[in-house]
Design a protein. Structure first.
Length: 343
């Protein structure tokens, strides 16, 4: 079965052709990073317009790269939530038109379920159930992946996402946007114990996280040093910050894994590319005897292949959309797509 899959929830337009869930025939991506770099963050209205410009030629490119024609497409999948609403709607409307025009089913996909599915592409042997730590620019969640389309939210950030924190701190340091990659490179060889940064505890919710205190503390540390004319040791600072983020994520993931008892832990999303978090997860899983699944680096960030992969499983589960499909800025991962057509 061949799916044409569309992703447009933030600042990457992506269209992929995926066969039978795990075979990626093509994965075309148009990044808008250069445009948003000027502003130090994603400007939602600009993102929507850029998606609109990119999506048609990108779909043609995805078909060409895959060596297929429109007639070979069996279904069209798209991210319908969560994300920047204007951006999501571009992909949803493109996918609705494409499915209608081709006379094939439309498959709505939750963006974070897509990130999780990047692990199925990377690890052909991976099957649910497993625990997944989902960390990206807009989401930070612990998810019980009971089955391909059955998920239970175990914990989440109460405020900022982990990736957003990396981005804001990097912006104030002036080291680039998006900031996670540059912060990661800067942290190599740095001393993670040099700067004291806070760790959070959410009362009564051991699997919930909080990053806003850490972000504020890191920004204050930078501003204070500047006001006093002191030079920060940037590698040490970046390493201390990465350690603080990892301390929010890894122990909670391990606690959740212990509770679930699956013995399988995955990580997903743009921040899953972080070398400190990957190393700390490896150590913690080895200690517990859990098997760890990490997506390959090229599939950590937003891409169409992951939507095609998850779309295949949503299709098999009968989770289809129609022309009334809407986009949503927020949508709980455990819920199926709101579907008036599914009586
Ligand atoms: O998954 P993604 O591409 O978009 C969302 O769905 O949000 O994630 C983007 C986020 C950005 O915040 C970016 O700074 C972060 O992932 N990121 C990283 C790294 N590479 C990307 N954060 C930490 N370390 C990295 N190596």
């Amino acid at each position: 079965m061949i799916l044409l899959a569309v992703e447009s929830s933030c600042d990457e337009t992506a269209v992929a052709v995926v066969e039978d869930g795990r075979k990626v025939r093509s994965d075309a991506i148009a990044s808008q990073v250069d445009m948003h770099t000027i502003y130090g963050g994603v400007v939602p209205e600009i993102a929507s317009r850029k998606h609109l410009e990119a999506i048609y030629p990108l779909a043609d490119q995805a078909l060409r790269d895959a060596g297929v024609t429109r007639r070979d497409i069996d279904a069209v999948a798209c991210t319908y939530a969560p994300g920047l609403i204007g951006a999501v709607l571009v992909g949803v409307n493109f996918a609705k038109s494409a499915a209608y025009g081709l006379g094939v089913p439309l498959v709505p996909v939750h963006h974070v379920r897509g990130h999780i599915a990047a692990n199925y592409i990377t690890h052909p042997d991976l099957e649910p159930p497993f625990l997944c730590l989902c960390v990206s620019g807009g989401n930070t969640l612990l998810v019980d992946v009971q089955d391909y389309t059955k998920m239970r939210l175990l914990g989440a950030t109460r405020d900022d996402a982990a990736g957003e924190c990396f981005d804001k701190v990097a912006r104030v340091l002036g080291i680039g946007y998006p900031g996670g990659g540059p912060m990661d490179r800067l942290s190599q060889g740095g001393d993670p114990n040099r700067y004291r940064l806070p760790r959070s505890k959410v009362g009564g919710a051991p699997l919930d996280m909080s990053f806003s205190g850490l972000k504020t503390a890191a920004l204050n540390l930078i501003h204070n040093a500047r006001q006093k004319g002191e030079e920060l040791n940037l590698p040490d600072f970046a390493a201390s910050f990465a350690a603080a983020v990892a301390d929010e994520l890894v122990p909670r993931a391990m606690l959740a894994s212990e509770e679930l008892g699956y013995g399988k832990v995955a990580c997903a999303g743009g921040v899953a590319a972080n070398s400190t978090i990957r190393a700390r997860l490896e150590e913690a899983c080895a200690r517990r005897g859990d098997r760890l699944y990490l997506p390959k680096l090229s599939l950590c960030g937003d891409n169409g292949a992951m939507i095609g992969c998850q779309g295949y499983y949503e299709f098999l589960a009968g989770n289809l959309g129609d022309s009334s499909l809407n986009g949503y800025a927020n949508r709980e991962i455990g819920l199926d797509c709101p579907a008036p057509w599914r009586k």
